[in-house]
Ligand binder design. Structure first.
Ligand code: ASP
Length: 290
């Protein structure tokens, strides 16, 4: 995260927390709070989610999102959608209204439309900043210097995620992304895959990840961390362990937010920065390092 976009990121996550908190404060469900927080970030072009996401190799936006309810273990995901402005809302529809857990591409768009969502055009999700970014990445690649944005330590990952605990004692998690810059069309990363970039179970923890998706998927990192909380690990130490495992085992880079049903939480990353924010009855805080 370069210096000139730090404020936009911090403001973005603070706004997301405020929206999520509004839901919790009036006794709403963790799942609704997570959805509200993520919609706010999808609507914010700062992030790699919704409009303003990174582009595929052929210049399109392809979005992935997942929501999971720790109380019921219901889950809903969409992958590679191109005509949905807020894929987290489509994921929520899948969670609430389908016997299935995961839809991709046109089938996901059709499902969303049949359940009342208006589809947009793919061009409506593409912004000039990303057209330029893609051009630069492809020019570097053509010159024999492949872009290491996602593989190196100076990574840029703007996927959004949220975890929440409600007054009922239930936890939920959600993650939404445009994936990686210059990705091949059809590529799906960790973000929307259960247990990889997102997971929630009241008996263990709610987790959301960001970072270079392929290593996170191979380690099933969100579930790895949740299982450790279930067997007694504290979320703050566990989130840190998960990110060092990612680095040690596969030289991966990324970050994680982790919350259990007792309200204990952890925030960890091995990228130089990661924007985060939280709010509880005891106070609120945000930052770019932890
Ligand atoms: N994890 C995402 C992916 O690989 C990218 C990100 O976190 O920004 O699709």
């Amino acid at each position: 995260m370069p210096d000139d976009v730090v404020d936009a990121h911090v403001n973005g996550v603070q706004r997301a927390v405020a929206e999520g908190w509004r839901v919790l404060e009036r006794g709403g469900k963790a799942l609704d709070a997570v959805e509200a927080a993520i919609v706010t970030m999808e609507e914010d072009e700062t992030f790699d989610a919704g409009r303003g996401s990174f582009l595929t190799r052929d210049g399109r936006v392809q979005l992935d999102a997942l929501m999971m309810d720790g109380a019921t273990m219901r889950a809903g995901g969409v992958g590679c959608v191109e005509r949905i402005r807020n894929p987290i809302q489509a994921a929520r529809l899948v969670l609430d209204q389908s016997p299935h857990v995961y839809f991709v591409g046109e089938g996901a768009e059709l499902f969303a439309q049949e359940h009342g969502m208006r589809l947009c055009r793919n061009q409506d999700l593409v912004i000039e900043r990303e057209i330029q970014r893609l051009k630069e990445a492809q020019a570097k690649e053509a010159a024999g210097h492949p872009d290491l944005t996602f593989a190196g330590p100076q990574t840029s990952h703007d996927t959004v995620g949220a975890v929440a605990l409600d007054a009922n004692g239930d936890i939920a998690a959600g993650t939404s992304t445009g994936g990686t810059l210059n990705k091949d069309p059809g590529r799906v990363g960790d973000s929307s895959l259960i247990g990889c970039g997102c997971y929630a179970d009241n008996l263990s923890a709610a987790a959301s990840c960001t970072g270079w998706g392929e290593p996170i998927m191979k380690l099933v990192l969100a579930k790895w961390a949740s299982d450790r909380v279930r067997s007694g690990g504290a979320p703050d130490a566990t989130a840190t362990e998960a990110i060092s495992y990612l680095q040690r085992r596969l030289q991966g880079h990324g970050g994680m937010i982790l919350l259990d049903a007792r309200g204990r939480f952890g925030i960890a990353h091995n990228t130089p920065r990661m924007a985060w924010a939280y709010k509880s009855t005891e106070g609120e805080k945000s930052g770019i390092k932890c």
